[in-house]
Design a protein around this ligand. Structure first.
Ligand code: SF4
Length: 410
């Protein structure tokens, strides 16, 4: 379940929005029972310790949040850049108090994700064999990518695709809920000329984030905004991951190479990735790992794995498979799909275009939240509804500073 790293933001906010609607039963206590669409739930914020060696007294605060909480790991998750869009002050509270929020609804949402993943990707028994190896966890992710590309090419869809790369100066990691392919335009469904079989038409590529939704109404603009930014990051990362991707597009989808960080200009981005995390791309992953690769992905010839049993080799193999895809970027190729967690039925899909300037502005803002000493920014007056369900509202310094903000209803 931990793999579904992107789930919590939408699910939690969705749930909190429902809580807001039931404010008549609100009694200043978030640890209470509420009924939502016939389900009685104990709204309880399980508090678990994360990063146990980072203690609160260490941190106020001579270092940036990145240095305190992410430097050891070496990268940000996509959710790290998206969650503060809801409220930076709340995000800082979670970090500095070593708190992690969970709820029964979030668990329910993870099971929806797992259900969707198993629809397209049967579970494998691939495991981490050498827990001391720094390279092997990333090699396992690349095997998952190889599997995903194969599914994309054969079935037109794959789910829970791990992805990472640079956005400007930041190494970012995420898991794309769903990538799918559609025929480019309507006419391309039919081959009118036998030569088309040698040069098959490019297919439109779509990136979708799957969210659970407890009501049939559209989520708040704040929630939709976060989700859109999340999907834009995924599209950016995927389309930069494979520099030799067979891609047709005239759209200004990405940060241009000369805007990427200097290190990635000089060398391939994958070398920069190795350097960032101090990984040895050429290190042999060992006989047991090789046997596991061959056994769990039988569609790849054994020799291919044997000749590429390193991080660098697996990445080359993965890039080679990606070149079989001929892709086009169509309008509205990004989407958010809302699912009913009870019936696991699709409620509706919201489609939109990549907006490079919007993404860059969001990145600049939240990157500075992580990497500078600037003060986090709480909710503006028109979004104070977020505070009603926030577990830090009684102690929140932002609210105390902005004493004119009401917490009660309008
Ligand atoms: S009370 Fe409001 S401003 Fe304060 S952390 Fe919570 S959501 Fe942010």
């Amino acid at each position: 379940m931990e793999d579904y790293e992107v789930f919590d933001v939408e699910d939690l906010n969705d749930f909190l929005e429902e809580l807001d609607k039931q404010e008549s039963s609100y009694n200043n206590n978030v640890n209470s029972e509420v009924e939502i669409y016939g389900i009685t739930s104990n709204v309880e914020w399980d508090i678990t310790s994360i990063e146990p060696d980072t203690r609160e007294e260490d941190m106020f605060r001579k270092k940036t949040l990145y240095d305190l909480f992410r430097k050891r790991r070496g990268y940000l998750n996509v959710t790290d850049l998206v969650s503060p869009l809801w409220c930076e002050v709340q995000q800082e509270y979670y970090l500095t108090k070593n708190l992690k929020k969970t709820s029964p609804q979030m668990t329910k949402g993870s099971s929806v994700h797992q259900h969707l993943e198993y629809e397209t990707t049967p579970p494998t028994d691939r495991i981490l064999l050498d827990k001391a190896s720094k390279e092997e966890p990333w090699a396992l992710k690349i095997l998952k990518q190889i599997e995903g590309l194969h599914q994309l090419s054969m079935n037109g869809i794959t789910r829970e695709f791990p992805i990472w790369g640079f956005y400007k100066d930041s190494l970012i990691m995420g898991i794309i809920d769903e990538i799918s392919l559609g025929q480019q335009g309507k006419a391309s469904n039919e081959h009118k000329d036998i030569r088309d079989y040698w040069h098959p038409a490019a297919k439109d590529i779509y990136f979708t984030d799957n969210k659970t939704r407890f009501s049939n109404t559209r989520p708040s603009d704040s929630q939709v905004y976060q989700s859109k930014i999340q999907v834009m990051y995924y599209a950016h990362l995927f389309l930069h991951y494979f520099p030799s991707l067979n891609l047709q597009s005239t759209k200004p989808l990405y940060v241009k190479p000369n805007e990427l960080n200097k290190e990635t200009e000089r060398t391939s981005w994958f070398s920069s990735f190795f350097k960032c995390l101090n990984l040895d791309g050429h290190k042999d992953l060992g006989e047991k790992f090789l046997e596991q690769s061959i056994r769990t992905i039988p569609t790849i010839p054994e020799d291919e794995f044997r000749n590429n049993n390193s991080l660098d080799g697996l990445y080359k193999l993965c890039s080679k498979i990606s070149r079989r895809l001929r892709l086009n970027i169509s309008d509205q190729n990004l989407g958010i799909a809302y699912w009913n967690p009870q019936s696991q039925q699709l409620l509706y899909v919201e489609k939109f275009d990549h907006e490079p300037i919007v993404l860059e502005n969001c990145y600049n803002r939240e990157n500075s939240f992580w990497r500078t000493m600037r003060e986090p920014i709480g909710v503006p007056p028109n979004e104070v509804f977020k505070c009603r369900s926030c577990e830090f509202r009684d102690e929140c310094w932002w609210l105390q500073k902005k004493q004119t903000l009401p917490i009660s209803y309008e």
